[in-house]
Design a protein around this ligand. Structure first.
Ligand code: UDP
Length: 326
């Protein structure tokens, strides 16, 4: 049985990937400091509580578990926060990743799947954006991830047997259909989470950040992907590495987007609640449009998404959100 060490496996995306790996028969160890993740979210394998700032702890986990592949999710992900607190992002997302990579190299673990982001593209000239587009992130979050991608590329040149797959996530949302796991980080500022928390009465109103973008309705457009489809992309990526695939980078999105207003309308429809919405100014660090060209992952990894349906995405997130406080 192949062994996969998953950093950030107790977090939102990581826990859905741990579920998918467990269901597929992999032996999983989650490495997580529980800063935003939860012990109950780890449905398969053991949880090792540790921080990526501490190399000795990483070394213990890796040398005991002896993973075949490492999947690295542990990171901070809020764009606006990264603009206010850039050092927090460079420290956790970039510098701490160096600790993980150093321990991997010294322990002979040479395969990595890295959680990257569409934020590395910044404001792309062409939509949908493909993987060959020059990287030009416009916020520290995107820069912190781009720097790590750069490091991985250099490592793969330096060591013939070091291979990585970098997956650039577009906007991940939704929850486990059986309602076992979902976005549980209370401070999450993501649009769908905030809209549903507003519907639930946790916030008085949902703010729409910017209505003067050069998009048809003036609000930003994003490519929303269901977290279980994203988890499945990771299964394809790990199989690709196990079968000897070369280092590569893939977009993870559906190839079409929705505006903030469309998301808000769909959230109102799904919940049946006409929650308050307030149009306000732009949020710092937001590109107007981010939509994936996903042809590469479909062709090379044979990934076939199943949940390309905004209502389904929001419905699963809503079922989860309603359960959260009960
Ligand atoms: N957004 C919004 N109100 C909110 C949260 C987000 O209008 O309360 C907008 C945000 O400005 C962006 C889009 O929704 O245009 C998606 O933001 P999110 O934080 O979900 O993901 P990001 O694209 O920043 O990773």
């Amino acid at each position: 049985m192949r062994r996969i060490l998953v950093t950030g496996g107790a977090g939102y995306i990581g826990s859905h990937v741990v579920k998918a790996l467990g269901e597929a028969g992999y032996d999983v160890l989650t490495y997580d400091n529980l800063s935003t993740g939860n012990e109950w979210a780890v449905l398969y394998g053991k949880l090792f509580v540790g921080d990526l700032s501490d190399k000795d702890t990483i070394r213990r986990a890796i040398q005991d578990f002896k993973p075949d592949v490492v999947m690295h999710f542990a990171a901070f992900i809020q764009v606006e926060e990264s603009v206010r607190e850039p050092l927090k992002y460079y420290r956790n997302n970039t510098v701490n990743t160096l600790n993980l990579l150093e321990v991997m190299i010294e322990s002979g673990v040479k395969d990595l799947i890295f959680s990257s982001t569409a934020a590395v593209y910044g404001i792309p000239e062409h939509i949908p954006v493909n993987e060959g587009t020059p990287l030009n992130p416009i916020n520290p979050y995107g820069i912190s991830k781009m720097m790590t991608e750069r490091i991985l590329k250099d490592l793969s040149f330096a060591y013939d047997d070091f291979r990585y797959v970098s997956l650039r996530y577009f906007n991940v949302a939704g929850a486990d259909a059986q309602g076992r796991i979902g976005q549980a980080y209370r401070e999450s500022t993501h649009l769908i989470t905030r809209a549903l928390k507003t519907a639930k009465g946790e916030f008085e109103k949902l703010q729409i950040f910017g209505t003067d973008y050069t998009t048809p309705d003036g609000t930003c457009i994003r490519d929303y992907i269901h977290v279980d489809d994203l988890a499945d992309a990771h299964l394809h990526a790990v199989e690709y590495l196990i079968q000897g695939g070369k280092s590569d980078i893939f977009n993870c999105g559906y190839g079409h987007g929705y505006s903030v207003r469309e998301v808000v309308e769909t959230a109102k429809k799904v919940t049946g609640i006409n929650f308050n919405v307030k149009e306000t100014g732009r949020r710092q660090g937001d590109p107007p449009v981010l939509v994936a060209d996903n042809s590469k992952i479909k062709q090379k990894l044979n990934w076939h998404p199943q949940y390309d349906d905004l209502e389904y995405i929001i419905k699963t997130a809503w079922e989860w959100e309603k359960k959260l406080d009960t």
